[in-house]
Design a protein around this ligand. Sequence first.
Ligand SMILES: NC(=O)c1ccc[n+]([C@@H]2O[C@H](COP(=O)([O-])OP(=O)(O)OC[C@H]3O[C@@H](n4cnc5c(N)ncnc54)[C@H](OP(=O)(O)O)[C@@H]3O)[C@@H](O)[C@H]2O)c1
Length: 243
Amino acid sequence: MRERTTALVTGANKGIGYEIAAGLGALGWSVGVGARDDQRREAAVERLRAAGVDAFGVPLDVTDDASATAAARLIEDQAGRLDVLVNNAAIAGGMPQEPSSVDPATVRAVVETNVIGVIRVTNAMLPLLRRSASPRIVNVSSSVGSLTRQSEPGAEQTTGPVAVAYAPSKTFLNAVTLQYARELSGTNILINAGCPGYVATDLNGFRGVRSPEQGAAIAVKLATLPDDGPTGRFFDDAGIVPW
Ligand SMILES: NC(=O)c1ccc[n+]([C@@H]2O[C@H](COP(=O)([O-])OP(=O)(O)OC[C@H]3O[C@@H](n4cnc5c(N)ncnc54)[C@H](OP(=O)(O)O)[C@@H]3O)[C@@H](O)[C@H]2O)c1
């Protein structure tokens, strides 16, 4: 079994996920680059290796059971265990997303990736995480999923436009994070949700104001929590985000 800390980041071929992989790699960790497209994955692995990261490719479509199972097998072969899982992969689902006119298929697809995908990958990886001395799970969420923020005056400014698929998918993800934290309390696994802020990536047509490196910082922090660190919480760079 490897002595080196091993992490898996889903959706690591670009955007915030890529920078999370780079940030964890800079700690000297071995980083699995989870990505569904072969070319995009290999390009990211090459770029990370050129930057000195011990990166390896993990074919992974978070919407596919067999893909998640195969990814767990690959990591077991590669490292024997998993120390940190960062569930980063997500889709926005396309805008506008007004409740009165949304195609239910859009809601279903977004939930399938952003929520069920996290459950699928987490459950595939849990047996490997349980072999780690200090396992951490980081769910990359968003403050648009905060019901508190959504119901405050000025929500348009803080949480963006009405989006009946994407925003509730992150609310759902936060709730799922809490349920895992409850089930896993009493184990050494810490699981938290983190919001990267409004980051310029493909997800929002590069309209975000933060860089992907800035967006990655909260996930890196939650991936490196001490053993007595929090679990079942929702953070951004400024601290706790209200549910
Ligand atoms: N950007 C922001 O302002 C912002 C704000 C708050 C939270 N977030 C969250 O940050 C995370 C990263 O988003 P981003 O902004 O970096 O977006 P992005 O650049 O669009 O990256 C999304 C990543 O997820 C991957 N992905 C999507 N569906 C997948 C699937 N079925 N299986 C595997 N991978 C899949 C994409 O892979 P492909 O290249 O194959 O599509 C891509 O690597 C997401 O959870 C997002 O909700 C972003």
